[in-house]
Design a binder for this molecule. Structure first.
Ligand code: BES
Ligand code: MN
Ligand code: MN
Length: 509
């Protein structure tokens, strides 16, 4: 359930509260907040003068003006250290503001965060960070809350209270944009949180079709029969034991007028549940493997945003979807499978399945669309979580220009990336005895083996040498979901990648 959020122009209606933002250790109220302070009868500057609060990042201090003719509350949002300021501090502040406004049942809040942020962010980008931060904080996955949680077994009947975010024009436009992108992030989170007994490959196909129709994307499906005729041995092997057949979802955004070289190909791993197969995972934590579809769900969310914002770039999204299950017809360690580009792989571990479904999608997608750039997102390895933790995704990209482009987008979106290497040695490391490549060659550099494996499927020559196409592989295993509630993110899927991809495509030339 989401409450409705709107961006409204300043001056139209009187707010229930005004929110301002300050950096840590601010002792003097910035001039731009003088009129708010005056309307509050000097309560804000008095508060500051007492030095009782510090405006730490994510803090919220409420001032209740005794008299004055302004709003009955002033929220002071902390932006933290001035020297460490990024748009993420605004997102966190917006999330705190939203939670406070909701718990006080407010209808209208005026956001005046400009003075705090000074010239460090354009007003448009300030608005975007407020908007997407607010939208992300406005997410609750309650579709499966049942009668024990007061839902009477039916959908929540609680009235959806809306909130208006009031802001000056330039910021308001940014907020509107951010709210829309945030909706796409929440679509990704909803699909990602949907449990594996519901969200099987066929369910994702239906959801993708519905979404595509709504926003005007082309959607086609390569079903198991078609995959067989195309020789997609990876997708079919991984999906063999699932009670729902695997599929490759194709979403295409092809506007009449396009800008920049295209198309851009986005590919996301959607293993709807990963038992590990015969190389079975330990029971502990296996339930979290419903999140093994997060890369694919990020591509669905990004395509949703790209189409609703009508971005003038040709983009194709591919989502290979399969259940990695165990049954008599499951694939085995020792099997040798052939992908649609003729490359063969000797299976050493059925738990290294993500690369197998990505391989067919990448090989088919690059051959069919001849993309100018490729990004794949996948919860590919536990190894990247060991290496980088829940703080950033691993980014494998040898093209310095394209990598710079993605890192710029990441700076804006706050979804952090960390560059990891991919060398010829890693390609050599996975050479097989009886097939071309192993799907896993043990623990050494194992997140990089994943990238090395995928490098065989990016271009026709990729079979014999490192591909040159601008291509980035993002291993999002550590960031796709969070175990900690930290505004703006609730526990569960984060939608990592959606905002990053949208920004990268918006700024594509
Ligand atoms: N889906 C997992 C990776 C994963 C692990 C994601 C933990 C999120 C949290 C992937 O399919 C997997 O099982 N990878 C193996 C690969 C290994 C067998 C080479 C891994 O990382 O252990
Ligand atoms: Mn696995
Ligand atoms: Mn997996």
């Amino acid at each position: 359930m989401y409450r409705s959020l709107r961006a409204v122009e300043t001056g139209r209606s009187k707010p229930d509260a005004v929110a301002i933002a300050l950096f840590e250790k601010t002792s003097k109220l910035p001039g731009a907040y003088a009129s708010i302070d005056r309307a509050a009868g000097g309560a804000v500057s008095a508060m500051l003068g007492r030095g009782e609060f510090s405006a730490g990042r994510g803090s919220l201090t409420t001032v209740y003006p005794a008299g004055g003719k302004g709003a009955s509350r002033v929220f002071i949002l902390g932006l933290g250290d001035r020297d460490k300021f990024t748009s993420e501090a605004v997102r966190v502040a917006a999330a705190r503001l939203l939670r406070a406004a909701f718990s006080a049942k407010m209808r209208r809040v005026e956001a005046q965060l400009e003075a705090g942020v000074e010239r460090r962010l354009s007003l448009e980008d300030l608005g975007r960070a407020i908007g997407d931060g607010a939208a992300i904080a406005n997410f609750e996955f309650d579709a499966f809350k049942g009668s024990a949680r007061g839902n009477g077994g039916t959908k929540s009947a609680a009235p959806a209270i809306g909130l208006d975010l009031i802001a000056q024009t330039a910021v308001r436009r940014g907020i509107e944009h951010g709210l829309r992108v945030g909706e796409s992030v929440n679509l990704t989170r909803t699909l990602a949180a949907t449990p594996p007994n519901i969200a099987h490959p066929g369910y994702l196909v239906d959801q993708a079709r519905r979404m595509a129709k709504k926003v005007g994307l082309r959607c086609s499906i390569i079903d198991a029969a078609k995959a067989k005729s195309l020789g997609m041995g990876g997708l079919l092997a991984v999906g063999a034991a699932g009670s729902h057949p695997p599929a490759l979802i194709v979403l295409e955004h092809k506007p009449a007028r396009t800008r920049g070289k295209g198309p851009i190909l986005l590919v996301g791993k959607a293993v709807t549940f990963d038992t590990g197969g015969y190389s079975i995972k330990p029971a502990d934590g296996m339930d979290k493997m419903k999140y093994d579809k997060c890369g694919g769900m990020a591509v669905i969310g990004a395509m949703h945003a790209i189409a609703s914002l009508k971005l003038p770039v040709h983009v194709v999204g591919l989502i290979p979807a399969a259940e990695n299950m165990i049954a008599a017809n499951a694939y085995r360690p020792g099997d040798i499978i052939t992908f649609c580009n003729g490359v063969t792989s000797e299976i050493t571990n059925t738990d290294a399945e993500g690369r197998l479904i990505l391989a067919d999608a990448l090989a088919w997608g690059t051959r069919t669309y001849k993309p100018a750039a490729v990004v794949d997102l996948a919860t590919l390895t536990g190894g990247v979580v060991v290496a980088l933790g829940p703080y950033c995704a691993g980014c494998f990209c040898r093209d310095t220009k394209f990598r710079g482009h993605l890192f710029d987008a990441s700076d804006h979106s706050g979804e952090r990336l960390w560059h990891l290497p991919l060398w010829d040695e890693h390609r050599a490391q996975i050479k097989a005895t009886h097939g071309d490549i192993l799907n896993s060659a043990g623990r050494d550099a194992h997140p990089i083996q994943g990238a090395a494996f995928l490098s065989y499927f990016i271009e026709p020559d990729g079979k014999t040498r490192m591909p040159e196409t601008p291509w980035a592989h993002l291993d999002i295993a550590g960031v796709a979901d969070t175990k900690k509630d930290s505004p703006p993110y609730a526990v569960g899927p984060t939608g990592f990648g959606v905002r990053l991809l949208v920004r990268a495509i918006e700024t594509w030339k």
